[in-house]
Design a protein around this ligand. Sequence first.
Ligand code: ATP
Length: 235
Amino acid sequence: MSEPILVVTALDSYYEDFQALYKVSLTLNEGEVVAIIGANGAGKTTLLRSIVGLIKSKSEQVKYRGQAIGSLRADQIAATGIAMVPEGRQLFPSLTVEENLLIGGRIKRAGPWSLDAIYELFPVLSERRKQASTSLSGGQQQMVAIGRALMSNPSVILFDEISLGLAPVIIKNIYEALPGIVQDGMTAVIVEQDITKALSVSSRVYCLQEGRVSLQGNSSSVSREDISRAYFGIS
Ligand code: ATP
C-alpha cells in the first residue's frame, strides 16, 4: 500500500489553557473519503482547524505526503494542497459569488477545477455569479464555500458540518455532487452530524469523544452499538 497522504500523530490542541484534543491520531489514504463523527464539542472542528494550520500544532504532529507541516502558517498549508470548507460557510459578505470563488483560485495549483467547472457542478451559482453572496440561500452559500475550496485544486478537502442547517433537498444535491468532487483521487474528510449519511459516503470513520478518538473502523463494518458507545460514552 502506498504511503498515506496525511498523518496526524498524537495531536494535542489547546485554546489557551483549555485542552480540546488529547493525543488524536488519524490517517488518510489517497483517494478515500473518511468521516469524522462525534457529539457537539467533541473536537471535530478543532481537529480540522489544526490540520489546516488555523490552530498551531507541533511540526511532526501533522504530516502531508511525508512532510511535517504542523507548524506552517495556514496560507502555506493551503498552498501545499489542503483546503477546508468551514462550518457556517464564512463567505466574504461584501463580495459577489464569483469574487468569493476567485479568492479560492488565488492559490495556483494545477488541476481540474476552474470557475467553469464549479459552474458546471453547481449551475445555480453561474446564474447568480454577479450577486452578493449574502443574497443567496444557505444551501447556495454552502455551494459557494465548496466551490471556493475546490478552486485551489486541493489534494485533500475537509468539509466541516457539510449539511448543517440545510434543507434536505440541498443536502441531497450536495451529496450527489460528492463523487464528482472526489474524482481523480482527491481525498476528503467529512464532518457530519447525520451518522447514517456519514457512514454511507465514507470508507472509514473516526468518532471523537471529549477530545479523544473513541472509535475508528471501516464504515461498512462498525456496529450501531459501537457507535453509540463511542459517541455518547454509553457502555
Ligand atoms: P460542534 O459540533 O459543536 O461544532 P465540535 O466537535 O466541532 O463541536 P469543537 O468546536 O472542536 O467541537 O470544540 C471542542 C471543544 O473546544 C469544546 O469544548 C469547545 O467548547 C471548545 N472550543 C471550541 N472553540 C473554542 C474557542 N475558540 N475558545 C475556547 N474553547 C473553544
